[in-house]
Ligand binder design. Structure first.
Ligand SMILES: N[C@@H](CCC(=O)N[C@@H](CS)C(=O)NCC(=O)O)C(=O)O
Length: 286
């Protein structure tokens, strides 16, 4: 069973349609919104490329600011852009800080009593929304790839590494690469997952998952700006590189350090073409 989606808006763009939907999410026990870009009708059903945004974002940031639509259109890809957290759940503290709660679901399934009813973004993205898109849109259900930015880069890597074979490729802009060892991770994981069992945290850490990954081979592309203010304290891409280098049979990471770029959508829009073409190569091959 998937919930009914309600169309909120439609705009023509590059010959296709940008549409915004809302629906009741069983995983998050609240109304959720997402955007899609449907490329113009082609002879083959489009593959799906899902983007996870970062802290403070909702379902609008990527679709409006990244410049992705032109390349999705050129490569016949169906874009899906979900929100970054449940909203308006009336949980005490959910709106108190920009890097926790609303806009910061961290793509985990919460286990603490306070958050576990709503903050289940891992299952929402990897199961519920996946099923909604496959059932309710005209897409190639066997071809999905995933990418994201910062917290969303972390989420994309985690979801791909925990679901071997489900995604053809994964990429990230400035991902939080080792959340068990940075302030953003400590703040969010301790609240959503508790502090009694740290093995739960490891299920959401791209570097730890990459080191232990044994599934089918995955190609990974990561871009990281050298002038990103969060690079040293929060992002730590070197830990991901070390983990992938220790697991060359299963993972091939291309980590590109982009001189002078910072953390924002100017950086993303500069390299979005490369990321979409990277995914198109994996999704559109016969
Ligand atoms: N609000 C934070 C920055 C948050 C931030 O950089 N968020 C990134 C994702 S981690 C983003 O994409 N922001 C939304 C935007 O630029 O449209 C600050 O003041 O330092």
């Amino acid at each position: 069973m998937t919930s009914t989606v309600n169309l909120l808006s439609t705009s023509k763009c590059f010959g296709g349609l940008v549409k915004r939907y809302s629906h009741y999410s069983e995983c998050c026990a609240c109304e959720m919104k997402f955007h899609v870009f449907e490329p113009p009708a082609a002879t083959s059903k489009p593959a799906v490329l899902l983007f996870l945004s970062g802290l403070t974002c909702n379902d609008e940031n990527f679709i409006t600011k990244a410049g992705a639509i032109e390349y999705a259109y050129k490569n016949n890809l169906f874009l899906v852009c979900p929100d970054t957290s449940p909203r308006g759940c009336k949980i005490e503290g959910e709106d108190d800080s920009w890097d926790f709660g609303t806009g910061a679901g961290f793509y985990v399934d919460a286990t603490t009593e306070k958050w576990c009813k709503n903050y289940n973004m891992y299952s929402y993205i990897s199961e519920e929304l996946y099923n909604i898109v496959n059932k309710q849109f005209s897409v190639n259900v066997n071809k999905w790839s995933i990418f994201g930015h910062s917290m969303g880069g972390m989420g994309a890597l985690v979801i791909a590494l925990r679901n071997p074979g489900k995604y053809q490729s994964v990429s990230a802009f400035a991902p939080i690469s080792n959340p068990v060892d940075c302030q953003w991770g400590l703040k969010n994981f301790s609240n959503y997952l508790g502090t009694d069992d740290k093995s739960k945290w490891e299920q959401y850490d791209p570097s730890i998952l990459a080191r232990n990954y044994k599934g089918s081979h995955i190609d990974i592309l990561v871009d990281q700006g050298t002038e990103d203010n969060f690079l040293e304290e929060q992002l730590k891409p070197q830990t991901l590189q070390d983990a992938c280098e220790a697991n060359p049979q299963h993972l091939a990471l291309s980590l590109r350090k982009q001189e002078g770029y910072n953390h924002n959508y100017f950086f993303i829009s500069t390299f979005i073409k490369d990321h979409i073409e990277f995914h198109a190569q994996h999704l559109n091959q016969q």
